[in-house]
Ligand binder design. Sequence first.
Ligand code: F0G
Length: 433
Amino acid sequence: MRAELVCFNRECRARYAIDAVLYNCTACGGLLEAELAGGALDAAALKQTWRERRMCNVPGDQSGVWRYRELLPFDDGLECVVTLREGNTPLLDAPRAAEYGGLDRLTFKHQGFNPTGSFKDNGMTCGVTQARRLGMRRVACVSTGNTSASMAAYASAAGLDPIIFIPHGNISYGKLAQALEYGARTLQVEANFDEILALVRQLAERLGIYLLNSINPFRIEGQKSIIIEMMDQLDWEAPDWIVLPGGNLGNTSAFGKALRELREFGFMARMPRLAVVQAEGAAPFWRLVNEGGEFTSVPKPETLATAIRIGDPVSWPKALFEVRASNGVVEKVSEQEIADAKAQIGRAGIGCEPASAATLAGIRKLRASGVMEQSARVVAVLTGNLLKDPDYIYKYHTGKLQIPDSGTIVPTFGNQPTIVRNDPDLIASLLET
Ligand code: F0G
């Protein structure tokens, strides 16, 4: 299929070549998306082909992104592909978490099983591949931690130079450590995510650096594969709901686009509803969807789920369109709700990072308000690995997790370690009680 870049703004729809180095429409300033055009797909045959590729040792077939390449805008060949065998993330049934959320059943799609531990790898493999296709040497992003970890890994694997901008003091050490280890030039800027994004956009233009934030349409294309793979794993039976956390809203945009394309090309008959969950202190999208009016940003976003500490999400126009197209909803949850839901996901033997746990907290609220039915078939996407933010976990379980200026999180499901003397009798008596 032929692919082009198209302005997302429905009133503009200006078109550009797929190899244009652009992040916004030059006519109206709108967001850009890749559009696949010019040919019908044989859905039944492709479902078969995608299954067969799972058995194959060719790197592109082993990747849970490139396996689905017929739905990606790389129609001129795959010679630039850089893959760390991303995707291939499991669907996990979680009865205990289902009970906590008030559902009969709940399935997690765990993106924390990716090579760098988050869903960003699905998009980054495509973004870095496009950087290579364009002949770019340097790539950059601003990040709350996961995008930068992923970009550092993929750019270094591709032999490109990664430059990372992160908000000083507000990302977890796990993520910062990844960027350093993968060899990225790392700048900790004294500003928040939204302010740094504006800075990086300016610098990318000035210095000819390729920008790999989720404003980059190729990142979004790669993240579509999370949904395509999920549907493949569900034997193309759509669930009632797909639940995900919302920060910069790139993932919401990607999920919605994937669902629309799968339906349009005849891969599935029914559309699941998207449920996007934001943290209360960083919920501009919740406000837009539930209170109406113009989009307004949150100038000082606050949440301990630092991955989604974003007040001015660039992709909100796309995300709004996708939430409406799927008859979706947007929920917001408190810090306490996120922390407790996270501990429950841990106790289910699964675990995730704080932002991911917003999903289960959101489900619990959507059940309580009756928006989601108890018997609904729900897949929640856990976006990042448990080990991304161990500091948060230790503080929660030991009752030391503080919300700046508003108290301490109650360790409702806390699990304190016990310090003991090296004394078998003492330890035996302790374990017998
Ligand atoms: N969950 C995790 C673990 C994330 O890292 C992010 C975003 C999100 C959810 C929200 O996804 O932005 O597509 O709505 N992290 C970005 C980063 C912003 O820089 O790593 P979104």
